[in-house]
Design a protein. Structure first.
Ligand SMILES: [Zn+2]
Length: 233
């Protein structure tokens, strides 16, 4: 038993923020594909070294390697009661592999919240991003502005807009995501795991609906008897 959540949503919808909030609330690890890679590379695990080889040559990391990293991560003790997955799976093939990994420990995906927003909204949100040159903290002119324009709150570093932060590359990223995940969304819908959440709303409203969906599933599983999903008591 546990809560194995796969969070879906296009770039710009605020999926990472929501994954952070919900994982803290539920005391479950937030496992994002990006961080999985960075951590494996940094700690020089055999899989990390292999992944770095591909990235260093500017090649795509093969699916089998990504899946091996996910398996390694999910088998750690902190994932025994569940996990919030963010950025994985991206394809039906990966989703099936994930089912296999979870089945090894008698678990399964319990809920797939899909945070949806119009492309115009996503473009607007992706558009105002500024990154600190020094500590890489990301700000947004509308949603998370620095106290002083152009200056990092955390370290005082200079803020810049990445060269690939253009409306064209944003549009492309959104299209790729939607194309790639449309079959995955259908896959989870058919299994009655998908819950659509309106991502046009503000962060707190989206979060409230996400939490409500999780609490419903938790009640169904009666794990609420051990610990309140709402307050952690
Ligand atoms: Zn900084």
């Amino acid at each position: 038993m546990g809560l194995f959540i796969v969070l879906l949503g296009a770039p710009g919808v605020g999926k990472g923020t929501q994954a952070d909030l919900i994982s803290r609330e539920l005391h479950l690890p937030h496992v994002s594909s990006g961080e999985l890679f960075r951590e494996a590379i940094k700690s020089k695990t055999p899989l990390g070294v292999e992944a770095q080889g591909y990235l260093g040559r500017g090649e795509l990391v093969p699916d089998s390697l990504t899946i091996a990293m996910v398996r390694e991560r999910l088998q750690r003790p902190d994932c025994a009661n569940g996990v919030v997955l963010d950025g994985f799976p991206r394809t039906i093939e990966q989703a099936k592999q994930l089912d296999g990994i979870l089945a090894e420990s008698g678990a399964a995906v319990n809920l797939v919240p899909y945070i949806k927003a119009e492309t115009a909204t996503l473009l607007k949100r992706l558009g105002g991003r500024w990154t600190c040159r020094n500590c890489q903290t990301v700000y947004h002119v509308l949603y998370n502005p620095p106290r002083e324009p152009g200056k990092c709150d955390a370290c005082g570093g200079e803020l810049y807009q990445r060269a690939d932060d253009t409306p064209e590359t944003h549009r492309r990223r959104i299209e790729v995501y939607l194309d790639q995940t449309a079959p995955l969304i259908e896959f989870y819908r058919q299994r009655r795991l998908l819950v659509e959440i309106d991502g046009e709303q503000d962060i707190q409203t989206v979060y409230g609906q996400l939490l409500a969906a999780v609490q419903r599933v938790a009640r169904e599983q009666r794990i609420g008897a051990q610990r309140c999903i709402g307050c952690g008591e």
